[in-house]
Design a protein around this ligand. Structure first.
Ligand SMILES: [Zn+2]
Length: 222
C-alpha cells in the first residue's frame, strides 16, 4: 500500500512542495483551483475584497490596489506592527494583483517611502519596501530603498492640521545624490491625506526627475 497523501498535496501546479496554506480571512484551505496567485487567500475572499475600480483615478493622482477598509485595514495594521509575516506577504501579493494590470507606462524604478532611521531601527523593516517587492519582481523593476533619506521624524502628524502637516513634511525628505532617472514611482502602504507622498514627489521633482507616479497598497480616498 502506498503512502496516502492528502488531496492538497497534489492539487497545486506540481512545483509546490509545501502544503497550501489556509486562507487568512476565512481559515478554509486555499483550493488548488485558485488561479494561482501565491496569496494565502481563497478565491471567494479575494473576490470580496474592497478592490479599487481600475478606471478610478485617485484624488491625489495615485494608483491604489485596495480601499483601506476591513479586512484590508486589519492586514495593513498587522503588517505595520510586525504582528504577522503572513499578513505582510499576503498584503504584498494583493498589492501586486491589484496594481500590475493597471500600470500602463513603466517607470524606471520604484522608490518606497522611506522611514526615518530611528523608526526603521525600532520597527526592524520598512513595510512599504516589503509590500512592493512582489510587484517590482513581476515588473522586473529595481527598488531603490536608499535613494531618498527621511531627515526628520514626523511622528505627531495625526495631531496636526492639514496645513501644519504640509509644513512639517516639507523638509522631511532629502536626496543624498542626484538620481540619473526620468520617471520613477513612489510607493507607500496607505495614502490618507496625500501629504507624505506629495512631499516625497516634490523632493524628487526638485531633484530633476521629470515624472513621479504614486502607487499605494491602500487608499482612504475616492
Ligand atoms: Zn477565504
Amino acid at each position: 500500500m502506498g503512502l496516502k497523501l492528502p488531496s492538497w498535496w497534489c492539487s497545486g501546479t506540481g512545483s509546490r512542495l509545501l502544503p497550501l496554506p489556509d486562507c487568512l480571512f476565512c481559515d478554509l484551505p486555499v483550493s488548488g483551483s485558485t488561479p494561482h496567485t501565491g496569496a494565502a487567500a481563497c478565491n471567494s475572499c479575494l473576490a470580496s475584497l474592497p478592490w479599487v475600480d481600475p478606471e478610478q483615478p485617485g484624488e491625489w493622482g495615485e494608483t491604489s490596489a485596495l480601499y483601506y477598509r476591513s479586512p484590508v485595514r486589519e492586514l495593513v495594521l498587522a503588517a505595520k506592527r510586525g504582528q504577522g509575516l503572513q499578513q505582510l506577504y499576503l498584503l504584498a501579493e494583493l498589492t501586486r494583483i491589484g496594481l500590475q494590470p493597471r500600470l500602463q507606462e513603466r517607470p524606471q524604478a520604484i522608490i518606497p517611502v522611506p522611514l526615518h532611521p530611528e523608526r526603521l531601527r525600532s520597527r526592524g523593516y520598512n513595510q512599504a519596501l516589503e509590500l512592493v517587492r512582489p510587484l517590482a519582481r513581476a515588473l522586473a523593476l529595481p527598488v531603490l530603498p536608499h535613494a531618498v533619506l527621511r531627515t526628520h521624524r514626523t511622528r505627531d502628524q495625526k495631531s496636526l492640521s492639514a496645513q501644519a502637516r504640509q509644513h512639517n513634511m516639507q523638509a522631511a525628505f532629502r536626496l543624498p545624490a542626484a538620481l540619473p532617472l526620468q520617471h520613477v514611482a513612489i510607493f507607500d502602504d496607505v495614502i490618507t491625506t496625500g501629504v507624505t507622498c506629495h512631499a516625497l514627489r516634490k523632493t524628487l521633482l526638485d531633484g530633476g526627475i521629470r515624472r513621479v507616479d504614486i502607487w499605494t497598497c491602500a487608499t482612504t480616498k475616492y
